[in-house]
Design a protein around this ligand. Structure first.
Ligand SMILES: [Fe+2]
Length: 372
């Protein structure tokens, strides 16, 4: 399915025309608590459609939250869904779309997924997850992460308005930016990478390299727009390739240490990267170890570094400069085995270097013992 993208400062103003053209009159507005403080709120409310607000979901949305949103969508007789928020709001909206025409008398998790045809619009308010341009969503059922994947949940329209980023707290800005950077890097080295996905990943990595300091500093208005486009490119890249080991390893760090998603992934990425550079003989990409070495050199080049090792070092320095959080050293009281076994094997298969349980344990030990 082709997605329409409207980008640029003030692009939210085009929502009105889009809704009118499609005859959409009543939308389920899926948004977080920060919605009330958004500068773009006025433009959204001037879009001409009646908005039925749903904010009843956790930062890591639960299945029950989605059921509640789905019930409201039906009760109110909505004809479309508008997500305004970060990855969580957009993921909830995607699942409401899927569940909206299922049998409410049975578990939605057990029913077959199909395209409900409900129009879905995403207005991201972070430059990070790229969820506005992917066909995946993540929700939790009884504390266990569920990956929901269906072609029809790629939003019909993504509105990339940098004014939506105004007021984003600094730590969230850093954490979501790192998510985008990690997604670009992981997509590039993924065994599923194609010429098209690498094009998006390269563009995202180069833009983030150029603009990260100005974006974090907040001094240049153009930087927010470029970062938003870069995050969207990284989202489009993982929409083709999916993510790899750093993402797979990060979910346990988020649940155990409460590290926000982007921060948790960024803590894992340099360790996995370093391990892969040290173990070319464990390459699993059918294109071979020589291909993978070339990929590592290309990634380094895009980040302005002259060798793969220099790129890993650059990433570590970036983490220090941004003063990102690490799990507290020595604070993991449980069994390493439990941590290692929580890693999703499907995501690990996308990784171009094999990571067995021993390797995962070694990497987790290094991450938890990190002294920032
Ligand atoms: Fe991510």
């Amino acid at each position: 399915m082709e997605q329409q993208i409207i980008a640029g400062a003030g692009s939210c103003r085009q929502l009105r025309g889009y809704l009118r053209e499609r005859g959409l009159q009543k939308l389920l507005l899926v948004c977080g608590g920060s919605y009330d403080r958004l500068r773009i709120r006025e433009e959204i409310e001037a879009s001409g459609a009646e908005l039925v607000r749903f904010s009843g979901f956790a930062p890591n949305p639960r299945y029950e939250d989605v059921c509640e949103g789905t019930a409201l969508f039906r009760r109110a007789g909505c004809d479309g869904i508008l997500a305004v928020g970060g990855g969580s709001a957009i993921d909830v909206a995607k699942c409401v779309k899927l569940y909206s025409k299922m049998d409410p008398g049975r578990s939605y998790l057990e029913q077959e997924l199909s395209d409900t045809g409900v129009p879905l619009i995403a207005v991201p308010t972070t430059a990070g997850t790229g969820s506005e341009s992917t066909h995946f969503a993540v929700i939790y059922f009884q504390g266990v992460k569920q990956s929901v994947t269906h072609d029809s949940i790629l939003p019909d329209l993504a509105v990339l308005d940098p004014e939506a980023l105004l007021g984003l707290p600094l730590y969230q800005k850093k954490s979501t930016m790192l998510d985008a950077l990690c997604q670009a890097i992981e997509s590039w080295w993924s065994v599923n990478a194609t010429a098209e996905s690498i094009g998006y990943a390269r563009r995202a990595a180069e833009a983030i390299r150029d603009v990260w300091a100005a974006y974090i500093d907040g001094a240049e208005p153009d930087a927010a727009e470029r970062m938003m486009l870069a995050a969207n490119d990284a989202g489009r890249a993982i929409n083709i390739t999916q993510t790899t080991a750093p993402h797979a390893m990060s979910y346990k760090l988020t649940s155990l240490y409460g590290l926000p998603h982007g921060n948790a992934v960024a803590v894992c990425l340099p360790e996995v990267w370093g391990y892969m550079l040290a173990h070319p003989e464990k390459c699993t990409d059918v294109r071979g170890a020589g291909y993978l070495q070339g990929v590592f050199r290309d990634i380094a080049g895009a980040l302005g570094q002259d060798s793969p090792q220099a790129a890993v070092d650059w990433f570590r320095r970036l983490m220090q400069t941004l003063e990102m959080r690490y799990p507290v050293a020595g604070s993991w009281p449980g069994e390493w085995r439990e941590m290692v076994q929580a890693v999703n094997p499907t995501r690990l298969k996308n990784n171009p270097v094999a990571l067995d349980e021993g390797a995962l344990q070694e990497l987790y030990e290094r991450i938890v013992r990190h002294e920032a």
